[in-house]
Design a binder for this molecule. Structure first.
Ligand SMILES: NC(=O)c1ccc[n+]([C@@H]2O[C@H](COP(=O)([O-])OP(=O)(O)OC[C@H]3O[C@@H](n4cnc5c(N)ncnc54)[C@H](OP(=O)(O)O)[C@@H]3O)[C@@H](O)[C@H]2O)c1
Length: 343
């Protein structure tokens, strides 16, 4: 399985680390021998080797400042335009793990379309293209009989989409409600333990949960992007940000938290979606609500279904290996699909 990887930050490196650490297990247990033939980033350009790049050298290069630190040797090629790099690669799978753009989905959307034109499978960690153009991507994949997977985009490696789309196929999901942003959940948990908002945010940044510019998280847009993905994929409804009511946690004061605690309640940033629309907003939950006990950076999702009633999934929603794992799980799905087609 020849792989191209766009984006070599937290997630891309976590994925490569898993491939390196689990190489033997993947070969023995699943007969999967993944080869990374190319990696590209915005500031460091493209790197390519038709027979495969060395995974440890890739990780060492990233630790030493970026892909340009990857050692030159015979067969290593650099500096192509990303679309040409995709077209010429003869790879089987494109993995898109570059920065999310929830306004246009670009340039990742174009890269995915180029990969389908080149008859590759596509796996995304990047939320933008799925949130904004799921139908177009699905049609493009269908046209060339290739697979589109995107487990990492909602709750990282905690299999929320596999649950809703694969395991629950045949049971209709009526609504979804959950905690879909780990940064805000961490901040709210700290505030309930007495920390003021600025300190809780600084702590979240120190631990690597929150970006240097945390607005996407604390203003609710990251969770809203995940709701658009759930709407598009689970409800097959194309919603836009305008169909969602989005309020973040920046308006919650220490006094609000004290009032909630005195009433035996706690604040959670709740994302809720039905086929008609949805919202992201801070909600006071009674401590008996299953979502009230989901603390720190954990995520949770409750799916209300017609046959199975409510099903709640709790797990990590971000992280280097946790999100890298989602990419690996998707790769294994593609591998199994290919193996089944060959039987
Ligand atoms: N971190 C998580 O836990 C997590 C969880 C779920 C989903 N995700 C999603 O996964 C994706 C990657 O996240 P991350 O945490 O790995 O981000 P990150 O550490 O900031 O890394 C982003 C990578 O994408 C590259 N990149 C950015 N824009 C690009 C472009 N236009 N063309 C090519 N490469 C580009 C960056 O290159 P430069 O460094 O050269 O700019 C960098 O290598 C994001 O879409 C994120 O929303 C992340």
């Amino acid at each position: 399985m020849k792989i191209l990887l766009i984006g070599f930050g937290v997630v891309g490196q976590g994925f490569v680390e898993l491939l390196r650490d689990k190489a033997q297990e993947l070969a023995q247990r699943y007969h999967l021998r993944p080869v990374i033939v190319g990696v590209a980033t915005r500031s460091q350009g493209t790197l390519f080797h038709p027979e495969g790049l060395n995974l440890s050298h890739l990780l060492d290069a990233a630790a030493a400042g970026g892909l340009r630190q990857y050692p030159d040797s015979e067969g290593v090629q650099r500096g192509e335009d990303i679309k040409t790099w995709i077209q010429r690669s003869e790879a089987d799978v494109l993995i898109e793990a570059s920065a999310t753009n929830l306004e246009t989905g670009q340039p990742a959307l174009d890269y995915c379309m180029t990969a389908f034109e080149a008859e590759m499978h596509v796996i995304l960690a990047n939320k933008g293209p799925i949130a904004l153009a799921y139908n177009e991507l699905r049609a493009a994949a269908h046209m060339v009989k290739r697979v589109l997977r995107f487990e990492a985009t909602v709750m990282a490696g905690t299999p929320s989409l596999a649950l809703a789309l694969d395991a629950l196929a045949g049971s209709t999901v009526l609504e979804a409600r959950g905690i879909l942003n780990g940064t805000t959940n961490y901040i709210l948990t700290q505030m309930h333990q007495g920390q003021p908002y600025p300190e809780a945010l600084a702590e979240a940044q120190r631990l690597g949960y929150a970006e240097t510019d945390p607005r996407g998280d604390v203003e609710g847009w990251d969770a809203a992007g995940k709701l658009l993905i759930l709407a598009a994929t689970v409800f097959e409804t194309r919603l836009t940000m305008h169909d969602l009511q989005v309020t973040g946690i920046t308006g919650i004061t220490t006094q609000d938290i004290i009032d909630a605690k005195q009433a035996g309640e706690c604040y959670k940033l709740i994302a809720h979606i039905t086929p008609q629309g949805g919202s992201v907003q801070p909600v006071r939950l009674p401590l008996s609500d299953p979502l009230a006990s989901v603390s720190n950076a954990l995520n949770a999702l409750t799916l209300k279904t017609d046959v199975m009633g409510d099903i709640t999934l709790i797990g990590p929603g971000a992280g280097r290996r946790q999100t890298g794992f989602a990419l690996l799980a998707d790769l294994l799905v593609i591998h199994r699909t290919q193996a089944a087609a060959l039987e």
